[in-house]
Design a binder for this molecule. Structure first.
Ligand code: TMP
Length: 237
């Protein structure tokens, strides 16, 4: 499979067209941004880790009944995926308070919820990805009610699955963000990535942060954290 013209460059990935109109190639970069691109940097080796980790997790999710965009890992940084139209709706599940939730409601991080929460934000950099409820998403024509039901169902399956996988690695899944896309026949599939860029992962024993918060909050040891979670995931397989 060959890359043809570059279709899109995002903050952490590039997307290329291929000779097959239904297939794209995603190439993961080491670039990292935070706070809607205000903070910029690079995390050495991140692209390789995120590519591999996302593929391992998505391949397993397919077996749990969640369709994904994954076709085939092509190299360290590149993966062939189904061409989808990304729904401009970020889906965030939280098991424990942290990040913008803790800030918005004025609570400490680390409150374990009895049940996971789900929220959406409008994927729009110019507006800073504002929080959005179901009705607003439907009113804006971003998604239908039926599609929302599907997205929510898949998101909670992803949460149950990821919680278990990370638990087996001595890691607590605090929260995560996923994105869905629609294939040409209208099927909703999990797209984008699942990685330490998009999940909060805390060491179950020490509470140490093993994710992108180390970059966002200048905690140091960023590369080491990514390597550590990748090592634990590979060894638990
Ligand atoms: P938040 O607490 O900042 O809203 O983040 C919730 C989760 O979403 C956290 O696991 C990090 C992830 N996330 C992204 O993947 N991309 C983003 O742009 C933001 C703001 C958060």
């Amino acid at each position: 499979m060959e890359k043809k013209n570059e279709m899109y460059e995002g903050k952490a990935k590039k997307v290329f067209e291929t000779e097959d109109p239904e297939v794209l190639i995603v190439s993961y970069k080491d670039d990292a941004t935070a706070f809607n691109g205000l903070k910029k940097g690079s995390i050495a080796g991140k692209g390789v880790i995120n590519n591999r980790m996302s593929n391992i997790l998505m391949a397993k999710l397919e077996k749990k009944g969640v369709p994904t965009h994954l076709i085939k890992e092509l190299s360290d940084r590149e993966t062939a995926v189904k061409r989808v139209k990304i729904l401009p709706l970020e889906v965030i599940i939280r098991n424990i308070s942290a990040g913008s939730f803790a800030k918005r409601y004025g609570v400490e991080e680390g409150i374990v919820f009895k049940e996971p929460t789900i929220e959406f934000s409008y994927k729009n950099d110019d507006l800073g990805d504002p929080l959005m409820n179901d009705y607003h998403a439907v009113a804006l024509g971003l998604i239908t009610w039926d599609e929302l039901e599907t997205v929510k169902k898949y998101a909670f399956i992803v949460n149950d699955f990821l919680k278990e996988v990370w638990k087996g690695c001595g890691v607590t899944l605090v929260d995560f963000k996923i994105e869905f896309g629609k294939t040409s026949d209208g099927t909703i599939v999990l797209a984008d990535e699942i990685s330490p860029d998009t999940c909060r992962l805390w060491d179950s024993e020490t509470g140490e942060k093993l994710d992108k918060d180390r970059f966002r909050r200048d905690l140091g040891g960023v590369e080491e954290a990514y390597e550590e979670v990748m090592r634990r995931l590979t060894e638990s397989k």
